[in-house]
Design a protein around this ligand. Sequence first.
Ligand SMILES: [Mg+2]
Ligand SMILES: [Zn+2]
Length: 233
Amino acid sequence: MNRTDIYVSIDFDGTITEKDITDAIIQRFARPGWEEAERLWEEGKIGSKECLSAQIALVDAPLADIIEYVDSFSIDAGFKDFIRFLMRSNIRFGIISDGFDVFIKRILTNEGISGIPVYANRLYVENGSLKTSYPYASRNCSSGVCKAEVAATLGDGSPVIHVGDGRSDFCISERASLVYSKGKLTGFCRENGIPHIEFTRFGEIRKSVAELISSPSPAREHALTAPFFNEAW
Ligand SMILES: [Mg+2]
Ligand SMILES: [Zn+2]
């Protein structure tokens, strides 16, 4: 079975991990003031790029301490199987996250997972303080990572199946052929008439995608053939 004609984009925080690691880090390590940025972001007044930059500027803890804290988080037990399934099926995929690469890579390493492409914001230390950079930001989007644009580039215009749970998944979900959703993203898909399938565990997605590629119904075939169109391009 070869499905090199689809691209699977996977969110990290709250999707692969049960909890949102980025939120947990900010709540634990940022000085008071981060709540204001969070509120403005929740209200849609600022984008995640601005929000994250403001919040990280309020974190004084050494990066090593934060990484140690990150070690206490685990991932969905079915994620590894899902990745193996995608590899076996020749389905292209990547973790596209609006969190920070250093924490994602740490958690994956802790779980014994290596070699998975990760597209995320960068966090590093410069002159003793934490700095952020946004290599996957787009001129047309206020997120740190514009998932829609990244998936359009990586998938080379192929239909995109997106897996996610929150606000950072909104822009890509509007253009994806099919969305596997949980949390806030489910409500967003419902309100906007976006084709979606609710999930709680990666095992369910593995079964569903396996069905999708083995015996496509007309509706399902649409998900596999509709081109991923990104208006920003
Ligand atoms: Mg998320
Ligand atoms: Zn975007």
